[in-house]
Design a protein around this ligand. Sequence first.
Ligand code: SF4
Ligand code: SF4
Length: 166
Amino acid sequence: MSTRVEVHPGREAVVEFDPDLTFECVDECTWCCQHGVLLYERDFEGLASYADLADSTTSFRGEEFVRRERKDRTDHVDEDGAACYFLREDGLCALHAEHDWKPTRCSVFPLAVERRDGDIHVDVRESAHDHCEGLDVSDRRVIDNLDAFLPELLWDLPDPDTHREL
Ligand code: SF4
Ligand code: SF4
């Protein structure tokens, strides 16, 4: 069963997940920050204010991503020893911690977005069920806080789907 929710004024999403799903990010987890992140055009332009784009981003299939890089540490890295360029040794995102800013796609996790029949549909990412430690560990219902997960920018994108990965 799906539920239609007004996320921003005049911007609705069709919610496919259980309305009772709760989420609170677990500080020590950092799983979703161990990958490359797609940058929508506005994010790419915004990132230029905080970082050297030549160092921190890479092009893949015609789109821009935050790079993954091998880290000189064993914490907060994927099995191959790499993580997002901006993931610091202390497990915090340098962009968020130092500039109170992060790319749109980082807000959306652990949700998945897909445009179907003109509507934005939102569900939990398949991989999040296996790896995200923040699902159903608090009393903060996702459906009541969708504006924090789904920036309004998503409704203006020609392709807001979140399946593209580095
Ligand atoms: S940009 Fe920041 S929040 Fe996004 S994946 Fe990288 S470290 Fe995580
Ligand atoms: S995978 Fe989930 S709990 Fe882990 S850092 Fe990402 S959002 Fe937080």
